[in-house]
Design a protein around this ligand. Structure first.
Ligand SMILES: Nc1ncnc2c1ncn2[C@@H]1O[C@H](COP(=O)(O)OP(=O)(O)OP(=O)(O)O)[C@@H](O)[C@H]1O
Ligand SMILES: [Mg+2]
Length: 271
């Protein structure tokens, strides 16, 4: 399991994360939302062992995280993070080597590496620019490469910090589908995003942060219907939730469900 217990983290004097107790192993897809600077990326860096809490702990497999080289290596075989800025993550100039890097490190056979890299590039729709130097790619294209680099590792936990920022609508839809597929295979995904509609639709549980503190938690339907609290966190409600709270329409989990229910109602009214 991956969790935090009473985790406090400070860069300097003032704490950035304030006593967070969170569990990412209870649901397939857990969302993390909050205004700019509330601490989402800092939390991801704590979860991946890059930053170390001054108080409390990151819990991994039921124990406080072991920060030795061996302990972190073990964590990173099971927990993969895609950071907010793709430049932070890309090391090579050619895409294939960059994505294959971590697999070579852990001794995966070359034929298997070639297959996994090819599958991941197809999944993120990056085949068209596969042979371009990475420096020449757009932000969204780099983001896709970074995501492919995480997918090839097939980790139990995939931590995605703003995975759809800079992606076009097709990329966003692909990302949602990829997350669904990873979760359906029995893995866990933790996703932070300002795309509140996406978080609402794809998450099973949501944590709302405000200035490093946990403001709310629960299912998306539960959390996002608490309008005052969502606004207090500097957020707005997902559009599907607004239709429910503002107009009394049924609370639907997806656009497709909403349209299907509306059509069914029209048919009923017409007959
Ligand atoms: N390296 C750093 N040194 C000092 N302070 C930092 C550092 N990185 C982040 N901070 C501060 O920590 C706080 C949390 O930042 P963080 O990047 O975790 O927020 P976030 O929720 O990811 O924001 P965003 O939505 O903009 O990505 C901010 O006040 C930020 O200024
Ligand atoms: Mg961030």
């Amino acid at each position: 399991m991956l969790a935090t217990e009473g985790l406090w983290f400070s860069y300097q004097d003032a704490p950035t994360l304030k006593g967070l107790t969170l569990d990412f192993s209870r649901y397939p897809v857990t969302g993390l939302v909050g205004a700019n600077g509330c601490g989402k990326s800092t939390l991801f860096m704590n979860l991946s062992g890059i930053l170390r809490p001054q108080q409390g702990a990151v819990m991994w497999q039921g124990k406080p995280l072991d920060y030795s080289k061996r302990g972190l290596l073990a964590l990173r075989q099971q927990v993969t993070t895609v950071f907010q800025d793709p430049d932070q993550q890309i090391f090579y100039t050619d895409i294939d080597s960059d994505i294959a890097f971590a697999l070579r490190n852990i001794g995966v056979p070359e034929a298997e590496i070639a297959r996994r890299v090819d599958d991941a590039l197809t999944l993120v729709d990056a085949q068209a620019f596969r042979h371009q130097p990475i420096q020449s790619l757009s932000h969204g294209q780099k983001k896709r490469v970074a995501i492919a680099g995480a997918l090839v590792l097939q980790a139990r936990y995939l931590l995605l910090d703003e995975p759809t920022a800079g992606l076009d609508p097709a990329g966003r839809a692909q990302m949602a589908a990829i997350i669904g597929r990873i979760a359906a295979q029995g893995n866990h995904v933790v996703i932070s995003s300002h795309d509140i509609d996406l978080i609402y639709e794809i998450c099973d549980a949501v944590y709302v942060l405000r200035r490093g503190e946990l403001l709310a938690q629960g299912t998306p339907g539960d959390v996002f219907t608490r309008k005052a609290q969502i606004e207090e966190a500097g957020l707005t409600q997902p559009w599907l939730v607004k239709l429910h709270t503002e107009l009394g329409m049924p609370l639907c989990k997806s656009e497709a469900e909403f349209y299907a229910r509306m059509r069914a109602q029209q048919v009923k009214e017409a007959s």
